[in-house]
Design a protein around this ligand. Structure first.
Ligand SMILES: Nc1ncnc2c1ncn2[C@@H]1O[C@H](COP(=O)(O)OP(=O)(O)OP(=O)(O)O)[C@@H](O)[C@H]1O
Length: 309
């Protein structure tokens, strides 16, 4: 869906981006994370064919940015981090204006705009003037605008920035929903925890270099070298003895009202543990993997890469 090879942009001696490699498939929700000035906007603008790289390649649905920019523009919806809305236009008029630019005609235009307002939960503001919207509502209107031509790829530059907590939650939910529609989405942020739990892939970029680009689940595996289980049973002492005798259990300790069981490094399938406990007559009232603190996980991963969040 989106592929870049050695994508590089230089301004004089400054590498805005340097050798960016990206490979995203249909349905991927890619969190593009990096501090201010890291190169996120530059990368997205190049993929959107709004900026030429110094060298390197980028493809959207196998179309090259050099040879087929028009095809790419049809496939891509790009929402910049800041965009103006016209002062004297109502929300619905604003959308219809862009729908017309996308050549959506006749009754289909109003229908499409209504549909988009519903998707972004902005129907109640349809007759408000666009410049009276809050930042969060403006961002949602921007999203409605880029969805009008039903692009397969969405490039969203910092859609969460400047939002209050409620608007942020709403936008994150909206992104999650869009992620389930099969579109390929790149969403950037300079705030690490904002994105990783809604994305299936993340890239971490700093000073133009992407130090990490991987599936979130893979990264988690790297950080978590062994599985830790929380096990709630009626008789801790007897259960501890049983668990300690299991070959895949490394250690058992007392947690807050339950047992904390650390497995050996090689253990992945631990289905035998509940089976054994139940087989011995224990009543299981809790059985789950310990949550990983994702933020510390990413901190650990980015340590030494120069990334500074
Ligand atoms: N037109 C330009 N001329 C010179 N330098 C530029 C230009 N555009 C961007 N840069 C530089 O390229 C680097 C990457 O900028 P870019 O806007 O891509 O970063 P970003 O990660 O999107 O940051 P932000 O979150 O602040 O938008 C920065 O050092 C920036 O100053």
């Amino acid at each position: 869906m989106i592929k870049t090879e050695n994508l590089t942009k230089k301004y004089g001696e400054l590498y805005a981006i340097n050798g960016i490699e990206m490979n995203l498939e249909q349905g991927d929700l890619f969190g593009f994370i990096g501090p201010n000035g890291a190169g996120k906007t530059t990368t997205m603008r190049i993929i959107a064919t709004l900026l030429e790289p110094s060298w390197g390649e980028a493809y959207v649905c196998n179309h090259s940015i050099y040879n087929e920019p028009r095809e790419i523009r049809r496939l891509v919806g790009y929402m910049p981090d800041f965009f103006g809305v016209y002062d004297d236009m109502k929300v619905i008029e604003y959308l219809e204006f862009f729908a017309a630019a996308y050549r959506i005609k006749g009754p289909a235009r109003r229908k499409k705009c209504n549909e988009m307002l519903e998707i972004v939960d902005l129907d109640f503001k349809r007759d408000a003037f666009a410049n009276t919207l809050s930042r969060g509502q403006t961002q949602r209107l921007g999203l409605a605008r880029v969805l009008l031509h039903d692009p397969q790829v969405l490039l969203l530059d910092e859609p969460l920035s400047g939002l209050d907590p409620r608007a942020r939650i709403e936008m994150r939910n909206l992104l999650r929903r869009l992620g389930q529609t099969g579109k390929t989405i790149i969403v950037s942020s300079h705030i690490l925890p904002e994105l990783y739990d809604i994305c299936n892939k993340v890239g971490i970029i700093d000073r133009g270099v992407m130090s990490i680009s991987a599936e979130v689940s893979e990264l988690m595996k790297q950080v978590r070298d062994r599985i830790v289980l929380h096990v709630g049973v009626d008789d801790h002492e007897r259960a501890s003895k049983l668990l300690e005798g299991n070959a895949i259990v490394d250690s058992v300790r007392q947690g807050d009202g339950h047992l904390v069981v650390t497995l050996v490094e090689s253990a992945e399938d631990y289905s035998e543990i509940p089976t054994a406990l139940i087989g011995e007559g224990f009543k299981l009232n809790l059985f789950c993997e310990e949550d990983i603190d994702l933020e510390s996980a990413f901190m650990a991963l980015t340590k030494g890469t120069g990334a500074n969040f």
